[in-house]
Design a protein around this ligand. Structure first.
Ligand code: NDP
Length: 485
C-alpha cells in the first residue's frame, strides 16, 4: 500500500503535479524508523526548462494584478494552511522527523504567518513623490521578475513560505527547489497557493540535488536567488549568481553566542539555552551553540541545565508527548556523533548525553559539554545537532571579544537583569538577529538574517520586501529642455 506521505508526483509546475521518472530517484526516509516512505525523482533538464519557462511567462500577468488582488490570494492561502495545520504538521514530521509537538505550532503555522503578513503588505507597496521645484520625480517599487528559492532540510514548509510569500507579494514568480532530504512539504505549499487562486505557474516546485539548484541559479532568465543552506553552498551559489549579476539573499549557517551574566534569572537562562540548542534536535541555523556562562554561576547553571535536559522525552515523533526527535538522516546523525567524539577527545566534560540514543531511528541524546575552550572544534564549527558547548567567562569585555571571534554572525543572545548592559553588549556583538532574555524567537514581523559569513540580505518583515523588489525612478520635466547645443 502506498504510504500517505507519497506525493502525487515529484514536481509542481504550471498549477499541476508533473512527473518525469527519467530523473534520479530520491528516496524519502522517515528519520524516526529508517523506513522509506516515498520516492521522488530529481528534475531532468526538461523539467527544469518547463518550470523556468512557465514561471517566466506567468510573472508578467501576476505583476499586472493589483497588490490588493495578490494579497487576497496570499491571505486565502494562509487560511487554507491553518485549516489543514494538522495534516501539514504530520507531513512535516514525516519529511523531517521533528516531533508533532513542534510541527503543530512551528511549521505550517509560521508559513501561514508569512503568507498572511506579506499578503497584508502587498497592497501598500508604493513609491515616492519627490518634488523638484516645477519638476518632479516619482519612484515605483517593481518586481524583480523570476526568483529561485533553494531550501535547507530543517524547515521545509517554513522556508518555502518565507521565500515564496514576499516574492509573490511583490509580483515575482518563483521556482523553488527543496532540499533533496525533505522534498514533500513544498509541494503542498504550491498546491495550497493554487487552491487559494494563484495563477498557474506563479509558484513552482522542482526536486533535485545540488546540480538542479545549480542549473536554476545559472539560468539567464532568473533575476534573483534566495538560498537557505550552509556557508560552503552559499559561497558557491553567491558566486554563480554574481556571474549573472543576479540579486541574492543568503540565509546561511552560524555558531552563535549566548551570553549568560551572573545576575541572570537562572531558570530563564537555562530555558533560553535549551530553546537555543535542542529545539528541532538542534537542527536550527540560529542556535546559540556557544553558551558563555559567567564563572560565579557556572556550576549552578550546569546542574539546573542537566536536570531539565533530563526531562526531554525521546520517542515516536507522532506522539504529542514526545519533545525530542531524531536527526534528519543517518548521515547527519553520524556527522553529529563525530563532533561529540571530537569534543571528548579534545577534553570537554560531558554533563549529559554524549551518545546515540538506544532506540530505532537516528536519535542522539541531547548533549551538554562544559569546560569548552575557544579553540576546540565543537566551539568553532557548526554542528547542526543537539550539542551545547558551555564556555566560562569573567568579564564583559572578554566575552564580547570571544563571542565575535568567529567567521559567522547569524544570531546572539544575552541574559542579564541589567538592561543597560544588555543593550550595550548586543550593540557590540556582530550578529544579525539578537535576543535579550530570550532565544530563537522568529516572528514574521522582525527581520531575520546574518552578518559576516552567515549571510546577505534579510528575510521576513518589511526588509524582505526590499530584497524581492527594485525601485524605478522617473524624472518628469514640466518645462522646456535646455541643451548646450
Ligand atoms: P546545504 O548547504 O547542503 O544545502 C542547501 C540547499 O542548497 C539544498 O537544497 C541543496 O541541495 C542546495 N545546493 C547544494 N549545492 C548547490 C549548488 N552548487 N547550487 C545550488 N544549490 C545547491 O544545507 P543543508 O540542506 O545541509 O542545511 C543545513 C544548513 O543550512 C546549515 O548550515 C544551516 O545553518 C543552514 N540553515 C540556515 C538557515 C538560515 O535561515 N540562516 C535556516 C536553516 C538552515 P541538496 O542538499 O538537495 O543537494
Amino acid at each position: 500500500m502506498t504510504h500517505p506521505a507519497q506525493p502525487k508526483a515529484s514536481h509542481f509546475i504550471n498549477g499541476e503535479y508533473v512527473e518525469d521518472t527519467a530523473g534520479t530517484p530520491i528516496p524519502v526516509i522517515y528519520a524516526a524508523t529508517g523506513e522509506q516512505i516515498a520516492t521522488v525523482y530529481a528534475a531532468t533538464p526538461a523539467i527544469v526548462e518547463q518550470a523556468l519557462s512557465t514561471a517566466k511567462a506567468a510573472q508578467k500577468e501576476w505583476a499586472k494584478m493589483t497588490g490588493t488582488e495578490r494579497g487576497r490570494i496570499l491571505r486565502r492561502a494562509a487560511d487554507i494552511m491553518r485549516e489543514h495545520n494538522h495534516d501539514l504538521s504530520v507531513l512535516e514530521t514525516y519529511d523531517t522527523g521533528k516531533p508533532l509537538q513542534e510541527t503543530l505550532v512551528a511549521d505550517a503555522t509560521s508559513g501561514a504567518d508569512a503568507l498572511e503578513y506579506f499578503g497584508g503588505l502587498a497592497a501598500s507597496l508604493t513609491g515616492e513623490h519627490i518634488p523638484l521645484g516645477e519638476d518632479w520625480v516619482y519612484t515605483k517599487r517593481e518586481a524583480l521578475g523570476l526568483c529561485v528559492g533553494i531550501g535547507a532540510w530543517n524547515y521545509p514548509t517554513q522556508i518555502a513560505c518565507w521565500k515564496g510569500a514576499p516574492a509573490l507579494a511583490c509580483g515575482n514568480s518563483m521556482v523553488f527547489k527543496p532540499s533533496e532530504t525533505t522534498p514533500l512539504c513544498a509541494l503542498k505549499v504550491a498546491e495550497i497557493l493554487i487552491e487559494a487562486g494563484a495563477p498557474a505557474g506563479v509558484f513552482n516546485v522542482v526536486q533535485g540535488m545540488g546540480e538542479v539548484g545549480g542549473a536554476l541559479v545559472t539560468d539567464p532568465r532568473v533575476d534573483k536567488v534566495s538560498l537557505t543552506g550552509s556557508v560552503p553552498t552559499g559561497k558557491k551559489v553567491y558566486a554563480a549568481a554574481a556571474a549573472g549579476m543576479k540579486h541574492v539573499t543568503m540565509e546561511l549557517g552560524g555558531k552563535s553566542p549566548l551570553i549568560i551574566f551572573d545576575d541572570a534569572d537562572i531558570d530563564n537562562a537555562v530555558g533560553g539555552a535549551i530553546n537555543g540548542n535542542f529545539y528541532s534536535s538542534g537542527q536550527v541555523c540560529s542556535n546559540g551553540t556557544r553558551v558563555f556562562v559567567q564563572k560565579g554561576i557556572k556550576e549552578k547553571f550546569l546542574a539546573r541545565l542537566a536536570e531539565r535536559t533530563g526531562n526531554a522525552i525521546l520517542g515516536d515523533p507522532m506522539d504529542e508527548a514526545t519533545s525530542f526527535g531524531p536527526m534528519v538522516t543517518e548521515n547527519q546523525m553520524n556527522i553529529v556523533l563525530g563532533y561529540i567524539k571530537k569534543g571528548k577527545e579534545e577534553g570537554a566534560r560531558v554533563i549529559c548525553g554524549g551518545a546515540r540514543a538506544d532506540m530505532d531511528g537516528y536519535y542522539i541524546q541531547p548533549t551538554v559539554f562544559a569546560d569548552v575552550t575557544d579553540e576546540m572544534t565543537i566551539a568553532r564549527e557548526e554542528i547542526f545537532g543537539p550539542v551545547m558547548s558551555v564556555l566560562d567567562f569573567e568579564t564583559e569585555e572578554e566575552v564580547v571579544a570571544r563571542a565575535n571571534d568567529t567567521e559567522f554572525g547569524l544570531s546572539a543572545g544575552v541574559f542579564t537583569k541589567d538592561f543597560t548592559r544588555a543593550h550595550r553588549v548586543i550593540g557590540n556583538l556582530e550578529a544579525g538577529s539578537c535576543f535579550i532574555n530570550s532565544y530563537n524567537d522568529a516572528p514574521v514581523e522582525a527581520p531575520f538574517g546574518g552578518v559576516k559569513a552567515s549571510g546577505v540580505g534579510r528575510e521576513n518583515s518589511k526588509e524582505a520586501i526590499k530584497h524581492f523588489s527594485q525601485v524605478k525612478s522617473v524624472y518628469v520635466r514640466m518645462g522646456d529642455v535646455e541643451a548646450a547645443f
